[in-house]
Design a protein around this ligand. Structure first.
Ligand SMILES: NC(=O)C1=CN([C@@H]2O[C@H](COP(=O)(O)OP(=O)(O)OC[C@H]3O[C@@H](n4cnc5c(N)ncnc54)[C@H](OP(=O)(O)O)[C@@H]3O)[C@@H](O)[C@H]2O)C=CC1
Ligand SMILES: CC(C)(CO)C(=O)C(=O)O
Length: 312
């Protein structure tokens, strides 16, 4: 299958480069780095092994890209207002859009653009940063959980095309899990993203600093429990042992500045609606308030606005 990568930053650059290295036909959409990457290619630094792709198919416009079987959305969700223009030229009629972004409800937005049958979601447990033009630093982890999108997020089961995409990624060295229920998988990812992304900004802390402090750790757990309530409001159940696993995982993780903290430090817009606003809204629509998450969201909105004003 052919792959289009929309947004060749940390996540798109890393996975796209792995796919190309494994021999697949990959096409990269870039913004500021396009000229540089067209002439010098992509550089990946990774604890697994460093590699360079001296030549890649680089574009600055999806209208110039070939139509692809799998179109990976790897922009920040703050750029998703561009998707109605970016997606239609690049997805084959029988192709699929694979949303690899963090957050909730994005597949439904994409389905409104390309149709209900052409959307899949993926949750990436990856720690990677873009450190220069066409230069990606992969720090830790890389597993992706794939799930089919269906209208209203009913459990979509395991499809043949999920298996095909999984085989391509696995062939490129990326471990894949297949989820029968994308919505459950998305809420499970929020168990990590809501506390750690939010608190890393509010408390100006790395993951290890949060885990080393009792009161911060208690707050992480309280927030995780509210995410579980949010999931319950959508009839999705997350067991306590999953929370324990996430806490454990984070203690063992290399000290990490979350993607939201990196955005904040670089005065880029924060992915607040996808990670906080949408989950709060769907829970509220089901009659469930999540007060600690709502407080975190309000504080983050303030800091995000102030941070970006200071940018001008
Ligand atoms: N990084 C990680 O380890 C993880 C990230 N995620 C999620 O993945 C998503 C992507 O994050 P991440 O890769 O870190 O973000 P990055 O900012 O590193 O990458 C996004 C890329 O999109 C490019 N871009 C933005 N607008 C356009 C446009 N109009 N046309 C072409 N390219 C554009 C940016 O270009 P430019 O360089 O010019 O700004 C940037 O390189 C987010 O939802 C994030 O939450 C999830 C798990 C882990
Ligand atoms: C869980 C983690 C660290 C990696 O996937 C992440 O999603 C983030 O930093 O936003």
């Amino acid at each position: 299958m052919s792959y289009a990568i929309l947004g060749t930053g940390a996540l798109g650059g890393y996975y796209g480069a792995c796919l190309q290295r494994s021999g697949l036909d990959v096409h990269f959409l870039l913004r500021s780095d396009c000229d540089r990457v067209r002439t010098h290619g992509l550089v990946i630094e990774s604890p697994d092994d460093d590699f360079t792709l001296p030549q890649v198919n680089a574009y600055n416009d999806t209208a110039k890209m070939p139509q692809c079987d799998v179109v990976v959305v790897a922009l920040k969700t703050t750029q998703n207002h561009l998707l109605p223009k970016l997606l239609p030229p690049v997805v084959k009629d029988d192709g699929v859009v694979l949303v690899l972004q963090n957050g909730l409800g994005i597949e439904a937005e994409v389905a409104r653009i390309v149709g209900n049958n052409r959307v899949m979601g993926g949750l990436c447990f990856l720690c990677a940063n873009k450190v220069g033009a066409g230069h990606i630093l992969h720090l830790d982890y890389k597993e992706i959980t794939l799930g089919e999108y269906t209208p209203n997020y009913l459990a979509g089961g395991i499809s043949a095309r999920m298996r095909q995409i999984a085989a391509d990624f696995e062939g490129a060295g990326i471990p894949i899990k297949l989820a029968e229920d994308l919505l459950l998988a998305r809420w499970k990812k929020l168990v990590w993203n809501i506390p750690y992304n939010g608190l890393s900004v509010i408390l100006d802390a790395t993951t290890n600093e949060l885990m080393a402090d009792n009161s911060a750790c208690n707050l992480v757990e309280d927030l995780m429990r509210e995410v579980v309530l949010g999931a319950q409001s959508q009839e999705r159940h997350i067991a306590d042992k999953f929370l324990v696993q996430m806490l454990d995982h984070t203690v063992k993780m290399k000290p990490y500045r979350t993607s939201m903290k990196l955005d904040y430090d670089q005065k880029r817009p924060l992915e607040l609606e996808a990670i906080f606003g949408n989950p709060l809204q769907v829970a509220r629509n089901a009659g469930v308030d999540l007060p600690k998450i709502a407080t975190l969201y309000q504080q983050l909105k303030f800091l995000d606005a102030k941070n970006r004003q200071a940018n001008f």
